[in-house]
Write a protein that binds this ligand. Structure first.
Ligand code: OGA
Ligand code: MN
Length: 292
């Protein structure tokens, strides 16, 4: 039973996605109606923001568990390529990924280091990309390091009709990319890279809405198209997916807890001063195969 009476309030943000949730204390167990209200808000707004939270790792994982099975860090599944993520001292729980540029004794304590990150889908290179990701801000730089979210339902709706027809039923190759702002290299031998083919358009299992499911960082090519057409088509899809009018840009404050739906949003990070510390605690919910 919930220890406190929750008075949840959902306030849409003035952007193409995102809502702020107030009246919920994430340190407490939540009642079923509150969880249902959060889930509904998530379906409606894709990105949910809770401000001023002070939560432990356990409380974060308990809250995330209301929405499915906790995702394990992927390096356990993908041999050497992702092993470097496992370096460091604090990242002991397999359900937690520290997103940080901090090093201790020269060793990164987490993943994704410094600098800009291009738009991507979390674990889009896996057969079952995470449904949801949750980030909690613990240390922040004085400027930058904002996380941008783009509404991929709107991107799908904005596609020219001929593109929708041309790409219906097509799959795209997603490859794990270790760089954070560089195009994936198309290797002949994919056996050494985590990769998967997903439909270019995905239908959300719960909302039934269609979204565009490609991203600049990890989508390498669309199946069955000639090379030149591939590049120009992908560029066109990225351009639509990253239109400013579809984006909510989150400027982090300490204590912010942000959760998003990977099936209908791509996200990116803006530059921040590399000499300043940034630390966020991430967990995720396992997903399912993507269907058009
Ligand atoms: C992530 C991610 C962006 C950021 O944790 O999956 O993309 O702002 N983080 O650090
Ligand atoms: Mn990410």
């Amino acid at each position: 039973m919930a220890a406190v009476l929750e008075k949840i309030k959902v306030t849409p943000l003035p952007a193409a996605c995102g809502a702020e949730i107030t009246g919920v204390d994430l340190t407490q167990e939540l009642s079923a109606p509150t969880v249902a209200a959060i889930r509904q808000a998530w379906h409606d707004h894709i990105v949910l923001v809770f401000r001023g939270q002070e939560i432990t790792e356990e409380q974060q994982l308990r809250f995330a568990s209301y929405f499915g099975s906790l995702g394990r860090r992927k390096e356990a599944m993908f041999r050497e390529e992702l092993q470097s993520r496992n370096q460091g001292t604090k990242q002991v729980n397999p359900n937690i990924l520290l997103v940080s540029n901090i090093k201790e004794k020269g060793e990164p304590i987490g993943a994704f280091g410094e600098g800009e990150m291009w738009f991507h889908i979390d674990s889009g290179y896996a057969e079952k990309p995470y449904n949801y990701t949750f980030l909690y801000a613990l240390e922040l730089p004085s400027t930058g390091g904002n996380t941008q979210f783009s509404n991929m339902y709107k991107a799908y709706d904005a596609l020219p009709a001929d593109l929708k027809i041309r790409l219906a039923g097509k799959k795209a190759l997603h490859i794990h990319e270790y760089e954070r702002s560089a195009k994936v290299e198309l290797r002949d031998d994919l056996s050494k890279s985590a990769h998967f083919f997903h439909p270019v358009f995905s239908t959300h299992a719960e909302t039934g809405r269609k979204s565009l499911f490609v991203d600049r960082l990890m989508t390498a090519r669309i199946e069955g198209l000639p090379k030149e057409e591939n590049e120009s088509l992908l560029e066109q899809l990225y351009e639509i997916g990253e239109r400013p009018e579809f984006i909510y840009e989150h400027k982090w404050q300490l204590g912010d807890f942000v959760m998003w739906d990977n099936r209908c949003a791509i996200h990116a990070r803006t530059w921040f001063p590399p000499e300043e510390r940034r630390l966020l605690r991430r967990c995720a919910i396992e997903g399912a195969p993507i269907h058009e």
